[in-house]
Design a protein around this ligand. Structure first.
Ligand code: NDP
Length: 309
């Protein structure tokens, strides 16, 4: 059996070494050196070129190298009969919650203001914002959103979440579906996007959404750049309606050097690092899924392609 590793972002040598520990007999080939296409039974892929996966007639399982699978949705030739699983690694969940908690607290505890005061050698104590009166709204209550919600709630924020279907979480108010969106977003001071990117969620943070947020709200996007209409967000920040944003993901990555987000004093830019796939923790999960596929069992974290996540 041969697995084809397809990624321009990840180091294949680390993956090869980690997978060899779990499945020594697995032959790992690294795209673009595929060898005989008939040999490829498994693909471990991030952002595969459109049409590539369809060129392996014996492909029986595709494992995404990340938690999101949006790059696969845009491949018109994606072999839909081949199971596609996403990577769900508790280590990435932890990383993402750290990012979100840090972003919320940085705004909430006025870090930019105090950095400015320090530059001026100004010793001035501002009132501490009321945490129990501040509402964090998390779009997407999946693996990432649910964990971040619980951690923010434990700190003392009021937390609400928005999902496709109803959820029950202790002390987290839940809204769902398009019908619940307006009630969800009204009154949110910190809007966090942790949705998958697909047709129903693209451009969801736009001027209409932003107008529903109260004056002085903050936006945190750690999901995908395609969720945000960038000009609308910039306009809302420049008008003073939105106080600031923490953005980890962008419509074009790397963020172009002349993009207005870079120099903006109220926008924190990070280079898509909220949660990174770690081969040391993830290879074991990938190996288990390959073994399941080899045994004819359904893989863990199977994606519903028609649903889009
Ligand atoms: P999950 O699939 O576990 O959760 C998705 C959540 O979004 C679910 O709660 C789902 O609702 C909800 N949802 C999906 N579609 C809609 C919709 N149309 N309306 C309302 N709610 C919707 O995803 P994860 O939490 O694992 O990951 C979320 C995304 O985070 C990934 O797709 C990826 O793009 C991004 N990500 C970003 C990283 C970074 O470093 N910046 C790292 C890792 C992931 P329901 O629960 O009802 O199904």
């Amino acid at each position: 059996m041969a697995l084809l590793f397809i990624s321009e972002n990840d180091d294949p040598s680390v993956w090869k070494a980690e997978l060899a520990k779990a499945i020594p007999e697995l032959e790992v080939r690294v795209w673009p050196e595929c060898g005989d296409a008939d040999d490829i039974e498994y693909a471990l892929a991030w952002n595969p070129p459109p049409g590539l996966l369809a060129s392996f007639p014996n492909l029986r399982f595709i494992q995404a190298l990340g938690m999101g699978i949006d790059p696969f949705l845009t491949d018109p030739k994606l072999p839909k009969s081949v199971p596609l699983a996403r990577l769900v690694d508790p280590d990435m969940v932890r990383q993402m919650s750290e990012f979100v908690v840090h972003a919320v607290l940085r705004f909430h505890r006025q870090s930019t203001l105090y950095a400015d005061h320090q530059k001026k050698r100004l010793w001035r104590q501002e009132a501490i914002p009321d945490t129990s009166g501040a509402t964090v709204g998390i779009m997407g209550l999946g693996m990432l959103g649910a964990d971040a919600a619980a951690k923010l709630e434990a700190i003392g924020f009021r937390v609400r979440g928005w999902s496709l279907r109803p959820h029950e979480m202790q002390n987290i108010e839940n809204f769902h579906g398009r019908g619940g969106f307006e009630d969800f977003i009204s009154g949110v001071q910190f809007l966090v996007c942790l949705l998958p990117l697909n047709e129903s969620t693209a451009d969801i943070i736009n001027k209409d959404t932003l107008a529903l947020l109260p004056q002085g709200a903050y936006v945190i996007n750690a999901a995908r750049g395609g969720h945000v209409v960038e000009d609308d967000l910039l306009g809302a920040i420049n008008s003073g309606h939105i106080a600031g944003a923490a953005l980890d993901v962008f419509r074009t990555e790397p963020l172009p050097a002349d993009h207005p987000f870079w120099p903006h004093p109220n926008i924190h830019v990070t280079p898509h690092i909220a949660a990174l796939t770690n081969p040391i923790t993830a290879a074991r999960l990938v190996a288990e899924n390959i073994q399941r596929a080899a045994a004819g069992q359904p893989p863990d974290n199977l994606v519903d392609i028609r649903r889009g996540y």
